[in-house]
Structure formats: C-alpha cells, structure tokens
Design a protein around this ligand. Structure first.
Ligand SMILES: [Zn+2]
Length: 86
C-alpha cells in the first residue's frame, strides 16, 4: 500500500466474528472507481486476491459488505495502523 491508497476499517458486529468472538477492525482496500478485476499493485499477502468485491470494497459493493460487516469511511491507508496482535 502507498500513500494514495484508500482503506476502510471493516469489522464484524460484536460477537459475530469467526469463532463467535468479537473481531478487531481491519483495514480493507477501498477503490472509489470500482474493485479491480485483477490483483492490484502492492497486494499484501498472505490472502490471494479472490476477484473484485471479495476482499476489497468499492461503492458498488459496499452495500453487500454492510449486510454482515461494519464498514467505516474511506481514509488514506497511511492514516491507518492495524491493531496490534493480542
Ligand atoms: Zn467492489
């Protein structure tokens, strides 16, 4: 990620994360012009890019994310610090 990338903080509603535990918010790449069909530059591992709208957020798919996630406003990636591991 670089300073021009946008991210949204995404989390599961409290108690609804994997294993039933609350999940800390994590930054997800946000694409104002739509999620790319191919893996974007600087894609971080270890997850493979699984196609548009799967692991990224854009205006077209944010509504579907909101069905089962909490999604924050887009902010520059450089302003987000991933939560520290417990
Ligand atoms: Zn999308």
């Amino acid at each position: 990620m670089n300073g021009t990338d946008l991210v949204v903080l995404v989390s599961y509603p409290c108690g609804d994360g994997p294993g039933g535990a609350p999940e800390a918010p994590s930054p997800v790449r946000y694409f104002p012009g739509g999620c790319p069909d191919d893996e974007p530059d600087g894609w971080p591992g270890p997850l493979d890019y699984d196609g548009p709208h799967s692991l990224t957020v854009c205006p077209a798919c944010v509504a579907s994310w909101l069905d089962d996630h909490l999604v924050g406003y887009p902010v520059p990636a450089t302003t987000v610090t991933a939560p520290a591991a417990p």
